[in-house]
Design a protein around this ligand. Structure first.
Ligand code: GLU
Length: 273
């Protein structure tokens, strides 16, 4: 019984510390070093960028960027917890403190900046169109009128742009791009629209089935989402990205993941400090 009291006290101190650190995470003031693992939000279904393979492993450019940053922050691969971050859930995952950062084809925009902060950018891309390989009707944005059925994803910048600029298009919003690609394959829709690096990944995965058409019609700068106000983490991620460019890992990751889709290597974008 005598020993019960100190143990009880210890348990209470630990509980208080747990609550305190949980509050610190929600306030955005907690460094990821405070826990044993780091939790990163990524896509699970975007070949070339971020894909979860049947054996459960993850690969792609975004995943390599995320792993590099985690290593610089002191987290080897076995101490990373991956969480799926579909387009419409990224801000929510960050704001709820469910992830430390998000590397998920996440364009930096003013409206998102009201809710989260961004490190980077680490990649420049742009919106384009994916159609079935035998399609001769759609060859760019000019051919999008005439009631074409276009698929994009809820909570994404491409879906919003189509809604704002191409009101004649029948826009269908799905939860994921892989769902759009299946609808394109079975003829339920005429085209998928999002960033060309994402579309090129699906085209490369399905040779002879799909093709990209037209030019890029937006500029998307991919950033790494962090909790709003966590300036310390944002700066450390920026330092890791600078290092990744300097030591050639960025270039190697680009080549390994986008080389098969035929993308020439661009200059990595300038990081905004
Ligand atoms: N980069 C765009 C966005 O952040 C499209 C890709 C995506 O939905 O992840 O919304």
């Amino acid at each position: 019984m005598r020993t019960a009291r100190p143990l009880h006290l210890l348990a209470r101190v630990c509980a208080a510390l747990t609550v305190a650190s949980a509050l610190a995470i929600f306030a955005g003031g907690c460094s990821p070093h405070d826990s044993d693992n780091i939790t990163i939000g990524v896509k699970f279904d975007q070949p070339g960028l971020s894909v979860k393979r049947p054996d459960g492993s993850l690969g792609g450019f975004d995943v390599e960027v995320a792993r590099y940053i985690a290593a610089r922050l002191g987290y080897p691969p076995d101490r990373i917890t991956w969480i799926e971050a579909p387009s419409a859930q990224r801000e929510m995952l960050l704001r709820n403190g469910q992830v430390d950062f998000v590397v998920a084809t996440y364009s930096i925009t003013d409206s998102r900046r009201q809710k989260v902060d961004f490190a980077g950018p680490y990649l420049l891309t742009g919106q384009s169109l994916l159609v079935r390989a035998d399609n001769t009707e759609i060859d760019g944005t000019a051919s999008l009128h005439r009631n074409k059925k276009l698929c994009s994803v809820s909570g994404s910048t491409p879906a919003q742009r189509i809604k704002d600029r191409y009101p004649g298009v029948q826009l269908q919003r799905y939860d994921t791009y892989s769902a759009c690609v299946e609808a394109l394959r079975n003829g339920a829709i005429d085209a998928v629209t999002t960033d060309d690096v994402i579309l090129a990944g699906y085209a490369a995965q399905n040779p002879g089935i799909f093709k990209l058409v037209g030019d890029r019609f937006s500029q998307e700068l991919y950033g790494i989402g962090v909790h709003k106000g966590n300036e310390g983490l944002r700066q450390r991620i920026n330092e890791a990205l600078e290092e990744m460019k300097r030591d050639g890992s960025w270039q190697a990751a680009f080549q390994d993941n986008f080389g098969p889709a035929g993308f020439p290597m661009p200059e990595p974008p300038q990081i905004s400090r």
